[in-house]
Design a protein around this ligand. Structure first.
Ligand SMILES: Nc1ncnc2c1ncn2[C@@H]1O[C@H](COP(=O)(O)OP(=O)(O)O)[C@@H](O)[C@H]1O
Ligand SMILES: [Mg+2]
Length: 336
């Protein structure tokens, strides 16, 4: 038995390929936090060798609980079953996608893009961000008219997300009052305004054109192969929503503030020219606010912060700078 590869993943390999044996299991260069993943070398019965990217539930019960609450594992499996087939090279090809609604266990076997350079929020260039924007613009355009037959796909504008946002914003406020948010404190004025004007925020954001969005698009979720298309991975938060959620998260977290200021207008232009919608600026600003919310909520779930770090700068420093640049920290109410 190869260490590190659970039985359900082996079983999925055996039903998907004419598996002779698993030759090698290797960690990915930049592992994620929500699940376990590995590159797997296999040999098929006719002697063919191939590599596969495998993903399965986190070993940590706390993370599995978070995943179950947000439906993250089920959503990614359903994405590969129902939507990925139309995405061409913008997402990895699927070999196998299974999910057990009873236990929330899942196995994903995907095309291995181990030859591609993994994106990295802390060290991305404008060129990298531009490539990812072109890819996401194409996907948003494909889904702009809506998608049918996907009852599992949550709606960002729906009451469930609003209830969740209310719950999380209250939790953030309580943690802040107890001094538990250190780096996140720069975003607290913005989140306090969001909390006060939550209904108005969603009412305004709902006027934006809805498409299908990745929901957690930042450079760590992007692979950069030699070919021009960037490939987007980690579809656990896929949902119906505003294009600005993806565009803002990608640009704001992917570039240091000075770089973003220099290139922001051009990057939004690239997005439009690549087929993404127009009238983006309001949605982009809503995306900055939502990114502030997501990052603070994430930091709180992650436990106590330890000093300043590159991650803290990406999660908070860059987002606070963008919020200030877009007039979202002027104390006059979010998005006014
Ligand atoms: N199909 C793939 N081929 C090669 N590497 C991949 C593939 N999909 C994801 N990766 C790499 O593995 C990392 C973790 O995968 P991801 O789906 O983001 O898991 P998590 O949900 O744990 O964040 C990604 O950041 C990326 O670098
Ligand atoms: Mg990831």
């Amino acid at each position: 038995m190869t260490p590190g590869l659970p039985d359900p993943v082996r079983a999925a390999l055996a039903t998907t390929f004419r598996l002779d044996r698993v030759l090698r299991v290797e960690p990915v260069a930049r592992p994620g936090r929500m699940a376990e993943s590995a590159r797997v070398w296999i040999r098929e019965t006719d002697g063919t060798g191939r590599t596969v990217f495998a993903k399965w539930p986190s070993r940590h019960a706390r993370i599995r609980r978070m995943a179950r609450q947000s439906g993250a594992y089920q959503r990614e499996v359903m994405f590969y079953r129902d939507l990925a087939g139309d995405c061409g090279p913008s997402v990895p090809r699927m070999h196998h996608a299974s999910h057990d609604p009873g236990t929330d266990a899942f196995v994903l076997l995907l095309e291995d893009l181990g030859g591609a350079r993994p994106g990295d929020d802390a060290h991305s260039t404008v060129t990298d961000v531009r490539r990812a924007l072109r890819t996401v613009a194409g996907l948003h355009a494909r889904w702009a008219a809506g998608v049918d037959g996907v009852p599992w796909l949550p709606d960002w504008h729906g009451p469930r997300v609003r209830r969740y946002a209310r719950f999380e914003l209250d939790r953030i406020a309580r943690a802040a009052a107890r001094g538990r948010l250190m780096q996140g404190h720069r975003l607290l004025p913005l989140l306090a305004e969001l909390s006060e004007g939550l209904d108005e925020f969603f009412a305004r954001a709902a006027r934006g054109a809805g498409t299908v969005v990745h929901g957690d698009l930042h450079m760590d979720q992007v692979l950069l192969p030699a070919s021009p298309d960037a490939v987007l991975v980690d579809w656990q938060l896929v949902q119906r929503g505003n294009a600005g959620l993806d565009v803002a998260r990608l640009i704001v977290m992917g570039l240091p503030p000075e770089e973003r200021r220099l290139h922001e207008a051009e990057l939004l232009e690239v997005y439009r020219d690549s087929g993404g919608g127009s009238g983006l600026l309001d949605e982009y600003r809503a995306g900055i606010v939502w990114t502030a919310f997501m990052n603070t909520s994430y930091a709180l779930s992650r436990g106590p912060e330890t000093g300043t770090s590159a991650l803290g700068e990406v999660l908070f420093g860059r987002v606070a700078a963008a919020a200030a640049d877009h007039g979202l920290l002027n104390g006059q109410g979010v998005m006014r």
